[in-house]
Design a protein around this ligand. Sequence first.
Ligand SMILES: Nc1ncnc2c1ncn2[C@@H]1O[C@H](COP(=O)(O)OP(=O)(O)O)[C@@H](O)[C@H]1O
Ligand SMILES: [Mg+2]
Length: 384
Amino acid sequence: MNNMAIQDILMFDETLFKNISAFNPEYMPENYNFRDNQMEAMAYALRPALKGGMPSNAVILGPCATGKTTAVKKVFDLIENTSDKIKCCYINCQLNTTRFGIFSQIHEKLFGHKPPETGVPFATIYQKVMKNLTDNDTSLIVAFDDANFIFQNKNANKVFYDILRAYEEFPTVHTGIFVILSELEFRFALDKNVKTVFIPQDITFEPYSHSQILSILSDRVKMGFYPNVISDDLVRQISDYTFETGDLREGIDILRVCGNIAESEASKKITQKHLDKALSKHVSYNLLETLKSLNDKEFALLKLIVKEDESINKDEILTVTKVSEKFKEQTKSSYASFNRILEKLEFLRLVDTKLTGKGIRGNSRQIFLRFDPDDLNCTDINFS
Ligand SMILES: Nc1ncnc2c1ncn2[C@@H]1O[C@H](COP(=O)(O)OP(=O)(O)O)[C@@H](O)[C@H]1O
Ligand SMILES: [Mg+2]
């Protein structure tokens, strides 16, 4: 391709997208239906703090892509626009897992900037945060989104304790937490001393119905595309597909991909052909996100498992022992560290292990992959 052709692509200003950001994962839809009950429940939980009382804690539960994150952010915005008596701090636990990381977010919320990364002990930052709340007579609400990530590295107990028992040292400070979870099993992983102060109410996000999905996707089409770019029939097909996968994010992403494909073919409309192409190369959103969140060692182990899994014969099984030996050889990691990484991959549901009843004392464990690596061929994730 010559430079002229590339310039043509960049300068080509006909587009199907009225607002391409409407298809971004973090887009805040103005029109946000079907979650009034849940948002009201959150408002009731926070209301006492507006009047100088203790807010209620909540566990916000529901499968992926049921609107939990969006609902919490909307309520937080509304509260902060209504009153300066409550500071609402949203923490993405996938990105912030340490006590220091979480408190630097809170620090940023209160002071407009993060504390220095080094040289300041945690206790100093903690005191500074709590003193600021005391002096300004403000309450603090912290939402822990995707909180399973802090349960996993066992920081949850400490951090929840730091926040919920602040009143012991700072008697006028009122604090509350929202714990947002997509997986129900984590809720009982709290220590006794946290449980006594953390008596949350449940706010449940049920999966969307078929017609709700259609309505949400149709809305998104209106926000994101120019009129008549995509037919009702195609939108219906996408919402059928989305209902089957159970993940609204996939539907929104497929709309975007369809638009890109149509545009790359200089078409003014999205056709069935474009949709078929989009569906054929679509990889589960969840899987991609999970894979991208792995650190180097975790990815290296997964890669090794994929390779070993490809190289064994049909009647063979892939054992934990075999993988652990290869991994140790490759990375010089200890057995304990191998185990920790494997546990994480299991936790993320990328692999599964099962006792085979064979081997020494019947203790041999088999590893299975829980996704098909071939599905990732057309993504930027590479196992070879
Ligand atoms: N009721 C709704 N109306 C419009 N868009 C929605 C609605 N619920 C979810 N979405 C969209 O679906 C995607 C997933 O929502 P999100 O709040 O991230 O879900 P969760 O946090 O439960 O995984 C986001 O792009 C969001 O904008
Ligand atoms: Mg979320």
